[in-house]
Ligand binder design. Structure first.
Ligand SMILES: Cc1cc2nc3c(=O)[nH]c(=O)nc-3n(C[C@H](O)[C@H](O)[C@H](O)COP(=O)(O)OP(=O)(O)OC[C@H]3O[C@@H](n4cnc5c(N)ncnc54)[C@H](O)[C@@H]3O)c2cc1C
Ligand SMILES: *[C@@H]1O[C@H](CO)[C@@H](O)[C@H](O)[C@H]1NC(C)=O
Ligand SMILES: *[C@@H]1O[C@H](CO)[C@@H](O)[C@H](O)[C@H]1NC(C)=O
Ligand SMILES: *[C@@H]1O[C@H](CO)[C@@H](O)[C@H](O)[C@H]1NC(C)=O
Length: 686
């Protein structure tokens, strides 16, 4: 005669409600993701660039930010979604634009962009600032600055207002001639800073200010915010888009599986269906008012983002690193129903620095570049339910006890998990010269495929003697006038034969054996110099920053000690890689070079429940395909480990338990309504 206790029903109802909310939020997000108008304008030609800046100088007074990027550039892809979010946040306050340096060479060379990404900030057609690199904080600070500048100067005094002001306060000045003069002095009739000052001056003189209006009113019916969007503009609504969550994603190919695959949750599913239908009906009604979806060049979709479990339950699998190893592990773990969390900056792995084609990945003999391969991998993992966090792991507390989760520290939070797949890859090594730091972004680079194009028809140097150096040199030789390889030994013993041969036979490549770089030399271009430069100043470039430009490298022969100077405009460092294992120091066993030790044939590390895959544990093969292979192995190892230790989905178990209780409760209530006292009935039958 067991009667179920309902002691846990209070808290479990709360949790169930949260589950409902989570699922509904997801639905809303999916349905709400009806594209928006382009938040980021793509400037395809120099004409568009000039027109945009002139338009906002002459008409709206809005600040303009321009992002110079290229497809082959990992950091560019990484910052792109943040840039877009910022554009959303500052809609109608700042104009966001981008220039694909490969597509619009005229603008990028005229602006002398030397590394990607580079951001420029304009107000009233004048450049206020420029920086290179994916510095989100600086970007945010400048967006906010441009927005408040705009707000302060968003003032207009119409000629009529000025005329009636004078008629009232100084009738003798209300002449056409004087009005012309005053308007001209205030910078024309369009409004802006001159009008703001005029209003201030009049107020000071007469004690009252003239009537002012907004120079640019985003809510006004034909407040076109792009000169060239005229035709499309008419279809645009002034209403903001539906507030969709940051994790919005496409509706079509995304099943709701991860949150709803609980077989016993019919009730939940029915409710969800109902809400979905309601939302869809609403959308249909609103249909005609849908924002015009414009093609803004390429799509930067966002993936399902990780949110911490509200009850602090541990995850089953967390994968650190979103390169080929991590994403392959994610595909396998997701398909095993483990709902893996992938932690790491997206589009940041080594393959993302490969702008040339990946030719050795079986099945991918279609023209596809490194970043595109990684992107496809991420989409595939997402499709099966992997979720993503784009933070870095800064430290870990690994647990030696089964059942007690490992803790991974992120920037602002932490994640606990029963198993971990470490797939943090490796990073380029630098020479470590002081001048190297100085010229990074001004001629010194570790990624030919990212920055090589900027040295078109110029002379460059590549340092190193392995496959990476060979590839970089060959890539650069397709566009630069001359490539010199500087290698400290006198053979390419570390490079693969075919690549070394191609290098040796290439007419544009020269090799300096037994040689090292001992210094980078250049000069500092001050803002004044840049200003005098006719190429630099199409828009009156008012830069405040010094620019360091590489002009030569100083070389030394390793055998004779002889020194020489080689004039170059670009230097590419390709001297190998260091595994990204610093967050695991002291906790996982690694070799002298810092690679994680995995006693094969498995991906197990020195700590239970922690597995390693890809370049982080492989100093020998270091390929996308081998990384993907060990990634799959690590996911299978993690899955088996969870099975062996009887660790299940804690959230699912909790929800099932709660649902059972709620259903039992409803059943009792229904019986009570029907006049049957279940306890009585029980006792009678007893
Ligand atoms: C220029 C170049 C060209 C190449 N070309 C080819 C090729 O044609 N074919 C081929 O097979 N291989 C190629 N490779 C090698 C290939 O890119 C690597 O073998 C492969 O990317 C390794 O995959 P991975 O997942 O182990 O590591 P990675 O691709 O390096 O990815 C590691 C990921 O972990 C992240 N990460 C690092 N630290 C942390 C942390 N603390 N927290 C969170 N995340 C972190 C990184 O951001 C990165 O996204 C090339 C490499 C380079 C550099
Ligand atoms: C539809 O329009 C109404 C009123 O304009 C609004 O409240 C509602 O949020 C819109 N729904 C969707 C899904 O866009
Ligand atoms: C992470 O923390 C560092 C300081 O510890 C900070 O500089 C950085 O901006 C943080 N990044 C994010 C994404 O919060
Ligand atoms: C490089 O230096 C080694 C000795 O350090 C010497 O044996 C070799 O001949 C040199 N090679 C060239 C090409 O100068």
């Amino acid at each position: 005669m067991a009667t179920t206790t309902s002691s846990a029903s209070y808290s479990s109802k709360g949790a169930l409600a949260r589950a409902f909310v989570a699922v509904l939020t997801l639905t809303t997000a999916i349905l709400g993701a009806t594209g928006a108008r382009p938040l980021v304008r793509n400037l395809r030609t120099q004409k568009e660039f000039t027109r945009l800046l002139n338009y906002h100088r002459d008409v709206t007074g809005l600040g303009v930010i321009i992002d110079y990027y290229s497809d082959g550039c990992g950091p560019c892809r990484q910052i792109a979604p943040h840039y877009k979010n910022l554009a959303k946040q500052y809609r109608d306050k700042v104009v966001f634009a981008k220039v694909d340096v490969n597509g619009n060479r005229e603008t990028s060379s005229q602006q002398r962009i030397r590394s990607m990404p580079t951001f420029q900030f304009y107000q009233n057609g004048k450049k206020q600032h420029q920086f290179s690199g994916g510095d989100l904080q600086q970007l945010q600070a400048w967006a906010s600055r441009l927005a408040s500048d705009f707000k302060a100067n968003n003032v207009k005094i119409t000629r009529e207002a000025l005329e009636s002001f004078y008629k009232e306060h100084a009738p003798d000045k209300a002449t056409e001639e004087n009005l012309d003069k005053v308007m001209k002095k205030a910078g024309g009739e369009e409004g802006g800073k001159g009008h703001r000052n005029l209003a201030k001056a009049l107020k000071k003189k007469y004690g009252v200010a003239p009537e002012t209006t907004l120079r640019y009113d985003p809510d006004a019916p034909q407040s076109a915010d792009d000169p060239k969007q005229g035709a499309k503009q008419q279809q645009q609504q002034t209403t903001p888009p539906p507030a969709s969550s940051t994790s919005s994603r496409r509706a079509k190919d995304e099943p709701l599986k991860p949150n709803l695959h609980l077989a016993s949750m019919d009730a939940l599913e029915a409710e969800l269906e109902k809400r979905k239908a309601e939302l869809e009906a609403q959308m249909e009604e609103n249909g005609s008012e849908d924002e015009d979806e414009e093609d803004d060049g390429e799509d930067t979709p966002t993936f399902n983002m990780y949110t911490p479990d509200p009850d602090g339950l541990a995850e089953r699998v967390v994968i650190i690193g979103a390169g080929p190893a991590g994403l392959s592990a994610a595909v396998y773990a997701a398909r095993a129903g483990l709902r893996p969390v992938v932690v790491g900056p997206p589009n940041d792995g080594q393959l993302c620095g490969k702008g040339v084609l990946v030719e050795n990945y079986p099945g991918l003999a279609i023209d596809i570049t490194g970043p595109a391969v990684v992107y496809e991998m991420q989409k595939q993992a997402a499709r099966y339910g992997a979720v993503f966090s784009d933070e870095m792991v800064s430290g870990v507390e690994l647990s030696a006890t089964t059942g007690q989760p490992h803790v991974l520290r992120l920037n602002s939070s932490s994640i606990s998990t029963h198993t971990v797949v470490v797939a943090t890859g490796a990073a380029s090594k630098w020479l470590g010269l002081e001048s190297e730091e100085k010229f990074k972004g001004g001629g010194v680079s570790a990624c030919a495929t990212c920055d090589g194009y900027l040295y078109r028809d110029q002379e460059v140097v590549v340092v190193g003697g392995g496959d990476t150096a060979m590839e970089e040199a060959l890539h650069l030789a397709t566009m630069c006038s001359k490539v010199t390889i500087v290698h400290r030994r006198d053979t390419f013993s570390k490079a693969s034969l075919i690549l070394a041969q191609r290098v040796m036979e290439h007419p544009k490549i020269e090799v300096l054996w037994n040689t090292t770089i001992v210094d980078f030399i250049g000069h500092t271009e001050t803002p004044e110099e840049a200003d005098k430069d006719p190429h630099m100043n199409a828009q009156g470039a008012d830069t405040t920053e010094d620019i360091e430009l590489l002009t030569a490298v100083k070389l030394r022969k390793t055998d004779s000690g002889e020194e020489m100077t080689l004039p170059v405009s670009g230097a590419f460092v390709a001297i190998g890689h260091t595994p990204n294992t610093w967050p695991f120091r002291g906790q996982l066993t690694m070799n002298d070079q810092g690679y994680l030790e995995v006693p094969g044939p498995s991906t197990r590390t020195s700590v239970q429940g922690v597995f390693a895959a890809g370049d982080v544990a492989d100093a020998v093969y270091r390929q996308a395909i081998t990384s993907a292979g060990t990634g799959a192995m690590a996911a299978l190892d993690a899955e088996r480990w969870l099975l062996e230790h009887g660790i299940k989905d804690e959230r699912q178990a909790l929800e099932e338990e709660m649902l059972r209780e709620i259903m039992e409760e409803t059943q009792r209530e229904r019986e009570a309504k029907l006049g049957v006292d279940p306890t009585e009935a029980c006792e009678e039958s007893a």
